[in-house]
Design a protein around this ligand. Structure first.
Ligand code: PLP
Ligand code: ZN
Length: 415
């Protein structure tokens, strides 16, 4: 069963019955799902969770869905200690929460869509839609196909080819808009007002965002319910970072976990409205026109930007942003030290962690969790090999031997 009470306005506190709503009708602030945490504490014990299947539905009492039947195994992604990366960054202990291998479309968006589409079904929608910077498109397309829903996906015209192919293959209807994400999103808000569609990040947004909480529950459980000192998280609309914080807060209120966490936001320099606000000491967001290779994070007017900035400030954290070159270097560093191939957003996270450590904003002596949110195979262009990286020889030992002889002795040891 679900312990959802309904929706509550984040600013004025007005309460609403569970429904597809984009925002508060009094003050236009975003809505959030409220739970009866007292009843959750009665209904389930923390130590019962471990016996359940290791995916996001393990935390079903804290999600707004009635879990029945066999649900797809979304979430439950690896949480790994990354000592070589830690050494390279100059930190004692670094962990990676690796949502680059989420099911079924290799990004953390699989979690948010799993909740939103189940809610869409519950509300009786036959058509679902979203505006997307890429990963949401993939997740909605795949899961709508599996659930038998029709999906319309709206994206900015300039999107990575892998993300386009990963949307169309599921039979979703993909509509490219000649504009940036913020223009696509505004269009979807107008569509939500005129068509009977469940739009994942418009009228289903409060439910969509809840799926992100499971990243936080999984991090807490993997650390033996001791909350990490620091979390570094990439930010686009600013929902994920806030929902990891909400997850930690719920766990503290339930008495299931303890510890205080500083939150650190990571953005691309070419689209850094939230990090710019933090650096200027304000929470108000000044919209930007995005220009970055981290297209999944290219939201110039982030819906939850104000709340993300406030959370980061109140937690004692900070924010950083990384240039295109730093993003690629971050992707390579993660791959070369730990064998994890993340997309550009992962490069942003690693690069920003490095800068935060270098400037002393991030404490190198405390455990740090990096949230890796998407897969490198979707943004291959960013690390397109230079010709000299992969030389071609005739299939003759002498030719290859000549090449190996020029390599550094440490790399090639004859047996
Ligand atoms: C959507 C996305 C994010 C950021 O999510 P928000 O909740 O909008 O801040 C981070 N990384 C990747 C890969 C994404 O697709
Ligand atoms: Zn309100």
């Amino acid at each position: 069963m679900s312990f959802e009470l309904g929706l509550r306005c984040r600013d004025c506190g007005k309460e609403f019955a569970s429904a597809p709503l984009a925002g508060c009708d009094e003050c236009f602030a975003p809505l959030e799902v409220a739970y009866d945490l007292g009843a959750v504490a009665w209904g389930v014990r923390r130590d019962d969770l471990a016996a359940r299947r290791a995916d996001m539905w393990r935390y079903r009492e804290l999600l707004p869905v009635t879990v029945a039947g066999d649900l797809p195994p979304v979430g439950g992604t690896p949480f790994v200690a990354t000592p070589k990366l830690a050494r390279a960054l100059g930190a004692k202990q670094v962990f990676v929460k690796n949502d680059a291998v989420n099911y079924p479309t290799l990004s953390f968006k699989d979690r948010v869509v799993a909740v939103a589409l189940r809610k869409a079904r519950e509300f009786g929608f036959e058509v679902v839609a979203c505006s997307s910077t890429g990963n949401l498109a993939n997740a909605v397309a795949a899961q709508a196909a599996a659930l038998g829903l029709t999906a319309y996906i709206f994206v900015p015209e300039e999107l990575e080819p892998a993300k386009v192919a990963n949307t169309l293959v599921y039979g979703a209807k993909l509509i490219k808009i000649a504009g940036n994400y913020d223009q696509v999103n505004r269009l979807c808000t107008e569509i939500a007002a005129s068509l009977p569609w469940g739009i994942v990040n418009v009228n289903l947004r409060p439910y969509y965002a809840e799926g992100s909480k499971t990243v936080g529950y999984e991090i807490a459980e993997a650390l033996g319910w001791r909350l990490p000192a620091a979390v570094v998280c990439p930010m686009a609309g600013g929902a994920l970072i806030g929902k990891i914080a909400k997850a930690f807060e719920e766990l503290r209120q339930l008495g299931w976990a303890e510890g205080d966490t500083r939150f650190y936001g990571a953005q691309a320099t070419g689209c850094a409205p939230i990090s710019a606000a933090i650096k200027a000491g304000r929470c108000e967001i000044e919209p930007e026109r995005p220009r970055t290779i981290a297209r999944s994070l290219a939201i110039g007017n982030p819906a939850d930007g104000y709340y993300a900035a406030r959370l980061i400030g109140e937690s004692g954290g900070w924010a950083e942003d990384a240039s295109d070159e730093e993003i690629v270097a971050g992707m390579r560093l993660l791959a070369e030290t730990e064998g994890i191939f993340a997309e550009t957003a992962g490069g942003v996270t690693v690069a920003c962690a490095r800068k935060l450590l270098a400037t002393g904003k991030l404490d190198p002596d405390q455990p740090i969790v990096l949230v890796i949110t998407g897969n490198g195979l979707k943004t291959l262009d960013a690390v397109a090999p230079r010709a000299e990286e992969a030389p071609v020889f005739a299939p003759r030992l002498a030719d290859v031997q000549a090449y190996l002889d020029t390599a550094a002795p440490a790399e090639v040891t004859a047996v």
